[in-house]
Design a protein around this ligand. Structure first.
Ligand code: LLP
Length: 474
C-alpha cells in the first residue's frame, strides 16, 4: 500500500517512498517509481545510479529510462514465488506485447523466464534475441508460446519451423494446423487451447457469465467438440489449456475462480483421451500508476493463484499441471519512466494552465486511448515544493493529446525535465509516428551505467519505407 506522503505529496521527493529506500526488494508493481530511484544533490532524480538530467543531455529527449534492477526484481519475485507456493512445476512467461525488443527480451530471458508472443514480429524479435544469447534451437522452441486470434499461414509456418508452442485460438487455426501437420512428415505440433472462461474483468470489478463476448479463444460451449477434434489428430500434441481474463487487475478472486473453471476443463479433457499437463492462467496483475492504485504484491498474487489451482486439483482428483503465468505489465511497467523536456506554457486565467512537453500521444498513447492516469515529477526540482496544478500536454496536433490532467508540480520552467512514471508497459510497444515524430530512444540503466537499447529514430528513418514512383518525378 502506498504511503500517505504520496497521497498528498509536498514535493517530488515524497514519491520516493520511505519503504522503497529501506527495502529495495519490495514488489515493483506496488511502487510508483523504479526501485532504485534516489535523490542526488538535493534536487536531482537518479534511477539505476544515473541522474536523469544528465541522461537527457546525453541521449536526448523524450527518453525511455528502463531500470534493470526493477525489471530483474519483478522477474525474480514471480519465479521464486511460484517455487515457494506451487507444489508442481511452474513457468513464468513474459507477455512481450508489453515491450518487445532485443534488450528487454535478453534481460528477461537471463532471469529464466519464457515468452508469450502474439505476432510474427514479436516471434522474430524474441527468436533473434535468444539466438544472440546462445540459446539452442531446442531451447528456443521450449521458451516461446505463440498467441493470436488470427495468425496468418506464414506466421503458423514460422512457428512450426521454430517448434514453439502454439496457443490455438479458433477453429480455422486448428484446421490449418492439422493440414500443415499432416503435410509435414514426422512433425507433431505442440499446442495449448485457448478457452474463454466466462470471467470478465474491468480492473475493479469482474463478472462471471456462461458465455463471454470476446474475440479470443474457444467458447465454453465448443469445448467438447474441440477436445473430440484434437484427440483425432496425432500431429497435434495438445499439452494443455490457456485463458487470460484481463489486464490491470487488482483483485485476486477472478484468477482464483479462473483456476477452478480451468481445472474442471483439464479433468473433462481426460474423458476425451487428452491427458493435459499444462495450465496457463494468463497475465493481468495490476500496477500502481497513481497513489490510489492498490494491487496485491507479485508474491500475494502468485500465492493466491497457486493455492487455488492446488485446491481445485485436489477437488477434481487430478495431478498438478505445470502452471504457467504470462504477466506483461507487472514485469516491465514499473521499471521504466519517460523523461521529457518542458517547453511552452499557456495560462488561461481561472481555467487552466498548460505546459507542453516534447512528446505525447505518439510515445504514450495510453492517456488518449484509455484515459489512463499517470503521476509526474520534475527530475531537476525534486525538493522544490509543489505549488501548481497544471495540465501536461503533448506536442501533437490534436487537442486530446494530454498526458496528465491536473498534475501537481513545483514551479516549472522551459528546459526542466518532466518525468512520467510507470511507462514500461504498452508505451513503446504502442508508440507511433503520428505527426511524423520520431520514436524516442531508450536506455537501460544499472549501477551508474546507461546503455542505449533503442536508437532514437531520425528523419531519415521516417522516410525509409516511403516509395516515390518514378512517374511522380517527371
Ligand atoms: N496474456 C494474454 C493472452 C494477453 O492478452 C495479455 C494482455 C497478457 C497475457 C498480459 O497481460 P498483463 O499482465 O500485461 O496485464 N494495451 C493495453 C493492455 C492490453 C493487454 C492485452 N493483453 C494497455 O495499455 O493497458
Amino acid at each position: 500500500m502506498i504511503s500517505t506522503e504520496i497521497r498528498t505529496p509536498h514535493s517530488g521527493q515524497d514519491y520516493l517512498e520511505k519503504s522503497a529506500t529501506e527495502s529495495p526488494r519490495r514488489s515493483p508493481n506496488q511502487s510508483l517509481l523504479p526501485l532504485t530511484a534516489k535523490i542526488k544533490d538535493k534536487d536531482l532524480l537518479e534511477i539505476g545510479g544515473c541522474d536523469l538530467k544528465t541522461l537527457v543531455e546525453q541521449f536526448g529527449s523524450p527518453l525511455y529510462i528502463l531500470d534493470e534492477v526493477t525489471l530483474r526484481t519483478a522477474c525474480e519475485q514471480y519465479r521464486d514465488s511460484f517455487k515457494t507456493y506451487y507444489q508442481g512445476e511452474s513457468q513464468v512467461i513474459y507477455a512481450s506485447k508489453a515491450w518487445s525488443s532485443l534488450a528487454v527480451v535478453s534481460v528477461i530471458a537471463s532471469e529464466g523466464l519464457g515468452f508469450d508472443v502474439v505476432s510474427g514480429g514479436e516471434l522474430y524479435t524474441t527468436q533473434k534475441a535468444l539466438e544472440k544469447m546462445g540459446y539452442s534451437p531446442q531451447q528456443i522452441a521450449q521458451t516461446i508460446y505463440f498467441h493470436g486470434n488470427n495468425k496468418s499461414l506464414e506466421e503458423l509456418q514460422l512457428a512450426i519451423a521454430i517448434g514453439c508452442t502454439i496457443i490455438v485460438d479458433n477453429w480455422l487455426e486448428l484446421e490449418t494446423l492439422v493440414k500443415l501437420g499432416n503435410a509435414t512428415p514426422n512433425v507433431t505440433i505442440p499446442i495449448l487451447l485457448r478457452l474463454t472462461p466466462g470471467i470478465e474483468c474491468h480492473t475493479h470489478e469482474y463478472i462471471r457469465t456462461g458465455h463471454l463476448d470476446s474475440k479470443f479463444g474457444f467458447d465454453p460451449n465448443q469445448i467438447e467438440a474441440v477436445f473430440t477434434y484434437v484427440a483425432q489428430y496425432p500431429c497435434l500434441n495438445c499439452r494443455g489449456l490457456h485463458a487470460h481474463i484481463g489486464s490491470q487487475i487488482f483483485e485476486r478472486q477472478p484468477h482464483q475462480d479462473l483456476a477452478g473453471v480451468m481445472v474442471e476443463w483439464l479433468k473433462k479433457a481426460q474423458d476425451y483421451g487428452l491427458p493435459l499437463t499444462e495450465l496457463n492462467i494468463g497475465g493481468g496483475l495490476g500496477i500502481c500508476y497513481t497513489e490510489a492504485d492498490d494491487p496485491p504484491s507479485i508474491e500475494e498474487w502468485v500465492k493466491a493463484v497457486s493455492e487455488a489451482v492446488m485446491k481445485a486439483c485436489e477437488g477434481q482428483k487430478i495431478a498438478l499441471p505445470k502452471l504457467i503465468a504470462e504477466p506483461g505489465r507487472s514485469l516491465v511497467g514499473p521499471a521504466c519512466v519517460t523523461a521529457y523536456t518542458v517547453g511552452s506554457r499557456k495560462e488561461i486565467p481561472q481555467l487552466r494552465t498548460y505546459i507542453a512537453v516534447d512528446g505525447g500521444m505518439s510515445d504514450n498513447p495510453r492517456p488518449i486511448t484509455y484515459q489512463s492516469l499517470y503521476r509526474v515529477v520534475i527530475a531537476n526540482r525534486m525538493s522544490v515544493p509543489i505549488t501548481e496544478t497544471v495540465t501536461v500536454a503533448g506536442k501533437h496536433c490534436e487537442s486530446g493529446d494530454i498526458l496528465i490532467k491536473d498534475a501537481q508540480l513545483p514551479q516549472t520552467h522551459p528546459g526542466d525535465i518532466l518525468v512520467v512514471m510507470g511507462t514500461g508497459a504498452y508505451n513503446y510497444s504502442m508508440a507511433s509516428n503520428y505527426n511524423r515524430l520520431s520514436r524516442p530512444a531508450a536506455v537501460l540503466v544499472h549501477d551508474g551505467e546507461a546503455n542505449l537499447i533503442l536508437q532514437r529514430e531520425t528523419y531519415e528513418d521516417l522516410i525509409r519505407q516511403d516509395c516515390l514512383p518514378q512517374r511522380l518525378l517527371a
